[in-house]
Design a protein around this ligand. Structure first.
Ligand code: M6R
Length: 607
C-alpha cells in the first residue's frame, strides 16, 4: 500500500518520477504527490490518481535532478490534499518525506513534537517522521534520519529529501518494501522494481531495519545501529514491456490472457529432462515422509489457492492439510510442530499478515515454505524454503495470472510430495504430470471460449447480488469467482459451500438472483445437481460451469460455461477462467476501472 519513488542523478527527474508513480499506482490511488529539489522543495499534491497530478504539474521542464514522489492508499487521515504525500515538516524546514506503512507511536510523537514547537499540517502518521527528522537535523541528513528512525515504532518504508541536500536521498525500512535501482550516474528508490524498470534492471534490495543513502554515484547501506553493510547488485529478469498494456484495454485483460504463459513458465522451471525437481524446497525425502500436517496460510486470492492446495495435498500426498486466513491464524494459539509444513502463499511476498503468520509458524518450529511471485521479496527472507511462481509482473489489482500460477505450483508440489511419500504410483504421477503439462493449452482453449460470458454479463450486469456455489475442490473457485466480481464490479457477492446453502443463504434467493455454480465432473457432481435443483425451485437463475460433454446440465442451467475435460483436481485452474472473464465483462459494462478498483491496493503492507 502506497508507492514511493525517488531519484537522484544527473537528469531532470520530474518525468522519471511521474512515470515511476504510474508504474506503482496499483499500490494505492487515493492521492499522489511529487517533490522536486532545486534550491527549494517544489511540492505538488493532488487528491486522485497520478493523472490528476500530471495535469497539475504540467508539461513544462523542471531542472531538479533530485526528487521524491508518492501515490497514497490512505490509512491515517482522510483522502484530502493536506494528507497527500510528500509531507513537509514545519514550514521553511526543508524536510520532505514520503512513506508507506504505519507509524504506531505517531500520536505520542505528535504530542511531544507539538510541545517542542512543531506545527502540524496534516492528520497523517507520516508527519511524525518529517518533524522528527527536522528535530534531529543539524546539517547532516543521514544522521538526522538515523536518529529519527530509532524513535519510530511500527512498520514502514520512508524516504527523506532535504532542500539543502540536493543529490542525496535517505530512506529507511522496517517491514515494508523498498528497493534501490542502480543506474549510470543515477540512483532510484522505490517500493517496487517496476517504478524504474524502464531505466535499469540492476537492483539492490533494502532489508529490514536498514537505512540507505542514495547519491548520484551509488547507494550506501547502514544497519539500524549505523554499521555499514555491503549489498550486492542483482539483475532482474523482468522486462519493462510487462509494465505496458501492449494493446490490451486494461492490465487485467492482458494478465488474464497471459495465463497460458504464466503456467508454462511456472512448470518449465521445474522440469529437467522431463523429471520434476523442486529446487528451493529444502526438505529431505526423510523429512517429507515425516510430515504429519500441512498448513496453508495466505490472504485474499492467495488464500483461495491455499484452499485448493489443501485438497491436492490430502488427495495426492495423503498429508492432513488445512488452510487458514493469515490474519486469523496468527492470533490463534496454533498447535504446530517441527513435523508441520507451513506453506505461506503471497503473490507480492510482502503482505504483512502473511509475513506475521510466517514468523509465528517459525517460532513454533514448523518448516515454512514461501510461495511467491516476487524474487527478493520480504517473505523470501523469512522462510526455510521458497518456490517461485513465474507469472511475471501483475499490475491489475485483481489477481488473475498469479492465482493460476500458484495453483500450478501447488500441483507440482503435491505431485512431488506424493511421489516421495509413495502415495502416488510412478505411473499415476506421470499421468498427472502430463496433465499438468497440458494446462497451458487447456487454459488457452478455455479462454478462447470467453465470448460465452458476454450474454450473461448483458443480462445480469445491473444486478446487485450474485451467489456463488461450489463443493469440494470447486468451493475455492466459487470463493475466488465471487471475490473477483465484488472487487472489480462492486456487486455484493456471497460464496458458499453448496451443501451449506440450505442452512441460511437460500433465504437470499428470489427470481432475480443469478447463482453461479461450479458443476464440473467429479465425485460430488450429483450432490451439486441437487443443490442446483434447490436454487431452481426458488426461481433463481443458474449459471453453471461444467465439463464439456455434459449435455444434461443444459436442462438445469440457464447458461452453461463449458471447460475442457481434465483430471478433477486440475479443474480449478480452468474453472476460474470464465469467472474472471465474467467479472471483467460485468465490470466494464458498469463502466468501472478494473485495474484500480476503489479502496483497494495491490500490496497490503498494513494489518
Ligand atoms: O500479495 P498477496 O498474494 O499476499 O495478496 C493477497 C491479497 O491482498 C490479494 O490476493 C487480493 O485479495 C487481490 N485483490 C485479489 O484479487
Amino acid at each position: 500500500m502506497c508507492g514511493i519513488v525517488g531519484y537522484v542523478g544527473g537528469r531532470p527527474c520530474k518525468e522519471l518520477l511521474l512515470t515511476g508513480l504510474e508504474r506503482l499506482e496499483y499500490r494505492g490511488y487515493d492521492s499522489a504527490g511529487i517533490c522536486l529539489i532545486n534550491g527549494r522543495a517544489d511540492i505538488t499534491r493532488r487528491v486522485g490518481k497520478v493523472a490528476v497530478l500530471r495535469d497539475a504539474v504540467g508539461t513544462s521542464a523542471h531542472p531538479a535532478t533530485t526528487g521524491l514522489a508518492h501515490t497514497r492508499w490512505a490509512t491515517h487521515g482522510g483522502v484530502i490534499e493536506a494528507n497527500a504525500h510528500p509531507i513537509e515538516a514545519c514550514e521553511g524546514s526543508g524536510v520532505t518525506v514520503v512513506h508507506n506503512g504505519i507509524i504506531e507511536n505517531y500520536a505520542a510523537l505528535r504530542r511531544e513534537l507539538s510541545e517542542a514547537g512543531h506545527v502540524y499540517h496534516s492528520d497523517t502518521d507520516t508527519e511524525a517522521i518529517a518533524h522528527l527528522v527536522e528535530e534531529c537535523y543539524s546539517g547532516d541528513l543521514v544522521e538526522a534520519v538515523h536518529k529519527a528512525y530509532q524513535r519510530l515504532d511500527g512498520h514502514f518504508a520512508f524516504a527523506v529529501a532535504h532542500r539543502d541536500s540536493p543529490g542525496v536521498l535517505v530512506a529507511a525500512r522496517r517491514g515494508c518494501p523498498l528497493v534501490v535501482g542502480v543506474g549510470e550516474g543515477e540512483m532510484f528508490m522505490a517500493s517496487a522494481i517496476p517504478a524504474f524498470l524502464a531505466e535499469t534492471r540492476k537492483v539492490q534490495h533494502v532489508f529490514d531495519d536498514e537505512i540507505v543513502v542514495a547519491r548520484t554515484d551509488g547507494a550506501t547501506f547502514l544497519s539500524g545501529d549505523g554499521t555499514p553493510i555491503e549489498r550486492e547488485v542483482q539483475e532482474v529478469e523482468w522486462d519493462d514491456d510487462a509494465a505496458e498494456k501492449q494493446g490490451y484495454e486494461t492490465f487485467m485483460l492482458k494478465e488474464i490472457w497471459e495465463q497460458p504463459d504464466a503456467i508454462a513458465q511456472t512448470i518449465g522451471e521445474r522440469l529437467y529432462h522431463g523429471q520434476l525437481q523442486l529446487d528451493g524446497l529444502n526438505l529431505s525425502d526423510e523429512q517429507v515422509r515425516g510430515l504429519s500436517r500441512i498448513v496453508f496460510l495466505a490472504c485474499g486470492t492467495s488464500y483461495h489457492a491455499g484452499l485448493v492446495g489443501r485438497y491436492l495435498l490430502e488427495e495426492w500426498a495423503r498429508i492432513p492439510s488445512e488452510s487458514d486466513i493469515a490474519s486469523e491464524w496468527r492470533y490463534r494459539r496454533p498447535v504446530i510442530d517441527r513435523n508441520t509444513l507451513v506453506i505461506a502463499i503471497a503473490q507480492s511476498g510482502e503482505t504483512i499478515d502473511t509475513l506475521a503468520a510466517m514468523k509465528e509458524a517459525r517460532a513454533c518450529g514448523a518448516h515454512v515454505l514461501a510461495v511467491t511471485n516476487v524474487m527478493g521479496s520480504q517473505m523470501t527472507r523469512e522462510c526455510d524454503s521458497v518456490l517461485y511462481t513465474r507469472a511475471g509482473l501483475e499490475i491489475g489489482v485483481a489477481a488473475s495470472k498469479t492465482f493460476t500460477a500458484q495453483l500450478t505450483l501447488l500441483y507440482l508440489l503435491a505431485l512431488r510430495l506424493g511421489t516421495i511419500r509413495g502415495t502416488l504410483t510412478g505411473e499415476r504421477a506421470e499421468t498427472l504430470l502430463a496433465q499438468v503439462r497440458s494446462l497451458p493449452d487447456l487454459v488457452r482453449s478455455t479462454l478462447e471460449r470467453g465470448e460465452l460470458v458476454e450474454p450473461i454479463a448483458d443480462r445480469f450486469a445491473r444486478n446487485e447480488f450474485f451467489l456463488y456455489l461450489g463443493r469440494n475442490i470447486g468451493l475455492p473457485i466459487a470463493l475466488e469467482g465471487a471475490l473477483k466480481l465484488k472487487e472489480i464490479s462492486y456487486i455484493a457477492t456471497d460464496a458458499y459451500a453448496a451443501g451449506e446453502m440450505k442452512h441460511g443463504p437460500i433465504a437470499l434467493l428470489d427470481d432475480s438472483t443469478p447463482v453461479v455454480v461450479i458443476a464440473t465432473d467429479g465425485h460430488v457432481y450429483e450432490k451439486v445437481v441437487s443443490n442446483i435443483e434447490e436454487v431452481r425451485a426458488r426461481g433463481a437463475h443458474v449459471i453453471a460451469v461444467a465439463t464439456e460433454g455434459n449435455e444434461g446440465i443444459r436442462d438445469l442451467a440457464e447458461h452453461v460455461l463449458y471447460l475442457p475435460r481434465t483430471e478433477p483436481e486440475l479443474q480449478p485452474v480452468l474453472a476460474v477462467l470464465p469467472l474472471q472473464q465474467l467479472a471483467y465483462a460485468i465490470a466494464t459494462r458498469r463502466g468501472l476501472d478494473v485495474d484500480k478498483p476503489r479502496n483497494l491496493a495491490k500490496t497490503v503492507t498494513v494489518e
